[in-house]
Design a protein around this ligand. Structure first.
Ligand code: BTN
Length: 250
């Protein structure tokens, strides 16, 4: 894949900018990077702290031949790709918290916001936005228990440009593999090996439903399999759902 990387000193949100550019006719392969975001967005209407000079905020614009119901799997492909790059950089304790967070020592260091736009029930574009807390040295009091950075957990300062390039280089072949098979069978086993909530008690919060069980890992469709106390195996789809540990964030 040839990435078309555009870097900005400040944006409202790289996801929003990627969407604007798509509407202006820019095609798949666009990567929008911002040094700072004034209105960084997280999942479920939350905001994403995006101060200047320390972290990575980027969004990639994809125009895949894909059924809309398969698009959320792209979040997992990205989470897996970022995890692989960071582990190659010797951040060995890094784990994936299904579906879209990366955690270190039980705290979140990366979040992913995937947004899809449809036209006549077909995918017009999918924007995968990634925020990585790279070199942050301190978090606001309300985030200290839940969020951390690569620097705080490893003691190393990471050069952001090369990190971004490595992530794009890792993601491209994973993305191509995914488009070929249209499921996650090719990475399921490796993904599950990195899953922080595997064999842990979780509470699943879906719109209109809440239940607890033991997370067993993902299936080939990227759904989290959760075994409830009565032995029933439920499939949790990565839409508007939260999965929390019973005793904390993980
Ligand atoms: C989450 O964990 O809730 C998702 C956070 C996603 C944040 C990234 S930062 C780059 C891109 N632009 C945004 O406005 N959000 C995503």
């Amino acid at each position: 894949m040839d990435w078309d990387i555009r870097t900005y000193a400040e944006l409202d949100s790289t996801n929003t900018q990627a969407r604007r550019m798509a509407q202006e006719g820019v095609g798949g392969g666009l990567v929008v990077v911002a040094e700072k975001q004034s209105a960084g967005r997280g999942r479920q209407g939350r905001s994403w702290e995006s101060p200047a000079g320390e972290n990575l905020y980027f969004s990639i614009l994809l125009q895949p031949e894909l059924a809309p119901e398969n698009a959320p799997m792209l979040t997992l492909v990205m989470a897996y790709s970022v995890a692989r790059v960071l582990r190659e950089r010797e951040v060995f304790d890094l784990r994936i918290k299904w579906p879209n967070d990366l955690v270190l020592a039980g705290k979140k260091v990366c979040g992913i916001l995937t947004e899809m736009h449809l036209e006549d029930e077909k995918i017009e574009d999918v924007i995968v936005g990634v925020g990585i807390n790279v070199n942050t040295r301190a978090f606001p009091a309300e985030l200290v228990d839940k969020a951390s950075s690569l620097f705080l957990e490893s003691g190393n300062v990471f050069e952001r440009q090369s990190l971004l390039e490595e992530i794009l280089k890792e993601f491209a072949p994973q993305y191509e593999r995914f488009l070929k098979v249209q499921d996650l069978s090719f990475l399921q086993e490796d993904y599950n090996a990195l899953l922080v909530n595997r064999e842990r008690e979780v509470r699943v919060l879906e719109p209109g439903a809440e239940y607890e069980g033991i997370a067993k890992g993902i299936n080939a469709r990227g759904e989290l399999l959760v075994e409830s106390a009565d032995g029933e195996l439920r499939k949790v789809f990565a839409g508007e759902v939260s999965v929390r540990g019973l005793y904390g964030y993980v």
